[in-house]
Design a protein. Structure first.
Length: 162
């Protein structure tokens, strides 16, 4: 059984897509742990604010199967393969860790953005504070503690009740 951590992001109908992704992911993975939902400004382009969160889970799926499933869930939620990297999106699912695997294919693991972006690191620190980053060899909580929190604006939000 592998431990995985998935980053979720949306800036189009964001509450709907974050809720929907949580529901779909709960159908495919076990022992889910949810971070708070955070709102942040767009980074790399001018656009609506994003909602971001991280889910920790366990799975019997292989790394390849998890990556294919996440891409399919994105497509099922309106993403296309033609979407630009820095652009508005209905749903962005990024596999952050698959156990302590370090690789570049089928996905970059661990994701570079973990230690660069508060919108990934803060929610990850909520769900996996004791997890050791396999490259930098530090606990996620310690990486977050040392992070320059003045770099990016980020705040917790409650998802509106539909």
């Amino acid at each position: 059984m592998a431990s995985i951590f998935i980053s979720l992001g949306s800036n189009i109908n964001k509450a709907h897509y974050i809720r929907s992704a949580n529901a779909v992911l709960s159908e495919h993975f076990n022992e889910l742990v949810y971070s708070s939902v955070f709102e942040s400004e767009s980074i790399g382009f001018s656009g609506n604010n994003f909602y971001n969160s991280v889910i920790g889970a366990t799975t019997e799926l292989s790394l390849d199967e998890v990556c294919r499933l996440l891409k399919q869930i994105e497509r099922d939620h309106g993403r296309t393969d033609n979407d630009k990297k820095f652009s508005p999106r209905t749903l962005d699912l990024d596999l952050l860790f698959y156990d302590d695997v370090i690789c570049s294919s089928p996905a970059q693991l661990p994701r570079d953005e973990i230690i660069k972006n508060a919108f990934v690191l803060w929610p990850l620190a909520e769900v996996a504070p004791e997890f050791i980053h396999p490259v930098v060899k530090q606990r996620i909580a310690d990486i977050w503690q040392a992070y320059d929190k003045t770099q990016q604006k980020l705040w917790k939000v409650e998802l509106p009740v539909v």
